[in-house]
Design a binder for this molecule. Structure first.
Ligand code: AMP
Ligand code: GLY
Length: 423
């Protein structure tokens, strides 16, 4: 079967790589892909915003399964468009993707179904939001733009003044465009964060191995939030007992709640959790594979990834069992100098061949492309996700950083403490 992965990040390289390993997959196309995707399949230069063209292209190329990466596609209705054309596609419909597309929708769903999350209030007007902040006890609070902001619409505030400034940025200055039409102001939660990725066909829920992201730009979780500077899997803090609680109190009621509300969720449910003193609570839902969590999680997957994706699409997930390599995996993101602020592109990358020769190591390309001389050059903020497995987390960290040491480009920057929390 021919499959089409839609997107161009490190996650998409990992998804395409793992699909390409299945004996059932003849050819993987990636639209538009990147220099790494080109190593495992064929990149297709097309406008992924034009759903009608994509459907036509997929028909012409005998595509039997489509796997979009980013939430932007789901929220735009890519699943609805391919379903209408009778081409099997993985993921939630536009109505179900609202779970990530609107934070207020997600928070209200959790409230209606008793799913543990931070207490919150939502506002469409500036003055009531300001009065609400004044009415709260002084202390930390989190202000979120309602819509999609590529992970940048969440502002953690130390006090009332910062919270008011955050509301001003979102609603007054329009820094996040139409995503800031509404704000959610929520209770600040303390604890350790973990990510649970779960496949679901709307009936069966199959959690994947746990993972932990590193969102802050600099070592010691300092600096601004980024799309993710590294990740590891599994997250040892997520014990079996906590996982049972997550399934029972969070994943099951979320999937059932969506069903009950006529928005059947199919695809990958990403639960970003805070493990608080009062048990696990939802920080956010995403409706697609996490980036960079997918990179270390898929490095550990023993089962046929195509089978899992295909079964999810066909509503047959109950027939699948998922097997994992016990060795942990660590992914270190190599970023462009300046990221998450402004950065330069087009820097030539050296040393990828040496890194690729290392055992149990994968260099997933993200913001990287081939230039006219067929050299790999930087093309984004997060450029590579250098991922390695090891017999324990310390060994995986060592191997990942050894491969990082092979690679260089002008301005290259990375965190030196990925995985430390798991030691
Ligand atoms: P989100 O995009 O919603 O995951 O938020 C980005 C980051 O902000 C999270 O990974 C947390 O570190 C932090 N965050 C979000 N909501 C809260 C909260 N209610 N309490 C504490 N930290 C939060
Ligand atoms: N790693 C965070 C995300 O995928 O949203």
């Amino acid at each position: 079967m021919n499959v089409l992965v839609v997107g161009s990040g490190g996650r998409e390289h990992a998804l395409a790589w793992k699909l390409s390993e299945s004996p059932k997959v003849d050819k993987v196309y990636i639209a538009p892909g990147n220099s790494g995707c080109a190593l495992v399949g064929e990149c297709v230069d097309m406008d992924t915003g034009n759903l009608r063209n994509m459907v036509r292209w997929a028909r012409e190329h005998d595509i039997g399964l489509v796997l979009p990466g980013s939430e932007v596609y789901y929220v735009d209705g890519i699943v609805d468009a391919f379903k209408e054309a009778d081409i099997p596609i993985f993921g939630p419909t536009k109505a179900a993707a609202e779970l990530e597309g609107s934070k207020a929708f997600a928070k209200n769903l959790m409230r209606r179904h008793g799913i543990p999350t931070a207490d919150f209030a939502e506002f469409e007007q500036f003055e009531p939001a300001m009065r609400y902040i004044d009415s709260r006890p002084e202390g930390p609070v989190v202000v979120k733009a309602d819509g999609l902001c590529a992970g940048k619409g969440v502002i953690v505030c130390e006090n009332r003044d910062e919270a008011k400034a955050a509301v001003r940025r979102i609603m007054g200055d329009g820094e996040f465009g139409s995503a800031g039409y509404r704000v959610v102001i929520e209770e600040f939660l303390r604890g350790q964060e973990v990510t649970i990725l779960a496949l679901t066909d709307g009936k069966t829920i199959a959690p994947l191995a746990s993972s932990q992201d590193h969102k802050a730009a600099f070592d010691g979780d300092t600096g601004p939030n980024t799309g993710g500077m590294g990740a590891y899997s599994p997250a040892p803090i997520l014990t079996d007992a906590v996982m049972d609680e997550v399934v029972e109190r969070i994943l099951v009621p979320t999937v059932h709640g969506m069903n009950e509300e006529g928005r059947r969720f199919r695809g990958l449910l990403y639960a970003g959790l805070m493990l608080t003193g009062g048990g696990p609570k939802v920080l956010e839902y995403n409706v697609r594979f996490g980036d960079p969590e997918t990179q270390p999680v898929l490095m550990r997957l023993k089962s046929d990834f195509f089978d899992l994706i295909d079964a999810t699409v066909r509503g047959k997930l109950a027939d699948q069992t998922i097997e994992w390599h016990p060795d942990p995996a660590v992914c270190v993101v190599l970023a462009s100098g300046g990221y998450p602020g402004p950065y330069e592109k087009g820097k030539v990358v050296y040393g990828l061949d040496n890194a690729a020769r290392r055992p149990n190591t994968m260099v997933f390309h993200a913001g990287a492309k081939l230039n006219h001389q067929k050299q790999v050059v930087t093309d984004g903020g997060r450029v590579f996700g250098v991922t390695a497995t090891g017999r324990d987390i310390a060994a995986a960290i060592k191997s990942a950083y050894a491969a990082v040491g092979d690679i260089s480009f002008e301005g290259m920057r990375y965190r030196t403490d990925i995985g430390k929390k798991a030691l």
